[in-house]
Write a protein that binds this ligand. Structure first.
Ligand SMILES: C[S@@+](CC[C@H](N)C(=O)[O-])C[C@H]1O[C@@H](n2cnc3c(N)ncnc32)[C@H](O)[C@@H]1O
Length: 286
């Protein structure tokens, strides 16, 4: 008697190329030539789920128009969703000490109390809640403001997690205890302790699916700040350039862009001024 997981299914170079091309077409993620082992590990679950005998069979299934819903699972399986609260911590210091004071000053002049921030590859939501905690700490009384932080991602799986706002103890272990007790409710499920973002913060977060490869980003209010961190590393130069142009176009005219520290706009002439490592301010435009 065999358990199906014991069957190894090999992936040929040609199968890998077909799959990598499909990933690129649907998500812009450029796998390159070295990710064969990773792709194999990540897709085996899908292949076993359908009882397919080869990657070729799975690829044919994906190409069939009537199986479009599997494309979502396919991209979910491939994408890397690693994130954490206050990742690249200095960014949140800059947000609090430079970016927010500038935005508040401008909003005062415009007699507006509206702040919109977009985390455009938010994974399981830690980035969105870290932004909201920073806003709450800096602005003190959030009720005086009309604030929304939008978190989007290509993966529905991570978005469902983000919406719940429930994290196990491992995910919050580096959070200062004061912030943890102020912004999270503690709960137990059996022997497992978990932390849920308080409703007062969660109600200011909005989550939706958005593919960064979409031609335009449909905003009714332009974001004052965009966090586009640790996603451009998966894109090739052309995809990255196109994305930065779309971000520039939809950002408020004096808005800010945060990128991952391994990503930069060097040599891009994209209409941004670099004000701190991986932090940019829009110049020109409207
Ligand atoms: C490594 S996580 C980054 C999370 C967070 N921004 C951070 O810095 O911690 C990358 C996220 O990008 C998402 N992603 C990849 N391609 C995308 C696309 N074309 N459109 C939207 N999201 C995408 C993945 O699903 C994943 O959740």
């Amino acid at each position: 008697m065999f358990f199906p997981e014991e069957y190894d299914i090999l992936i040929s170079d040609a199968e890998y190329k077909d799959i990598a091309d499909l990933v690129y077409k649907w998500s812009g993620i450029n796998l390159g030539v070295n990710k064969k082992a990773l792709v194999k590990t990540r897709l085996l679950k899908r292949i076993r789920y359908y009882n397919f005998k080869s990657f070729e069979e799975y690829y044919a299934y994906l190409r069939d128009e009537s199986h479009k819903e599997e494309l979502v699972e396919f991209i979910n399986a491939i994408s890397t969703n690693v994130t954490s609260f206050f990742r690249e911590e200095k960014h949140f210091k800059i947000l609090a000490e430079s970016v927010l004071p500038d935005i508040v000053q401008r909003k005062d002049k415009e007699e507006s109390n509206k702040i919109r921030i977009w985390s455009c590859a938010c994974a399981t939501g830690e980035e969105v809640y870290s932004i909201l905690i920073t806003l709450a700490e800096y602005l003190k009384d959030l009720s005086a403001w009309d604030i929304k932080v939008l978190g989007t991602d290509i993966s529905l799986k991570v978005l469902a997690y983000a919406k719940e706002g429930v994290y196990d103890i491992d995910k919050v272990k580096n959070m200062p205890p004061l912030l943890l007790s102020k912004y999270f409710d503690e709960g137990w499920q059996g022997n497992n302790r978990f932390y849920r973002v308080k409703d007062s913060l969660r109600e200011k977060a909005v989550f939706a699916r958005l593919n960064l490869m979409d031609k335009v980003f449909p905003f009714s209010s332009r974001p004052d700040v965009i966090f586009c961190r640790n996603v451009m590393i998966y894109f090739d130069n052309k995809t990255k350039r196109d994305l930065v142009k779309k971000i520039y176009d939809c950002l408020d005219k004096k808005g800010y862009l945060f990128t991952g520290h391994a990503e930069n706009l060097l040599g891009m002439d994209a209409g941004f001024k670099n004000i701190a490592p991986a932090v940019y301010k829009k110049i020109g435009g409207n």
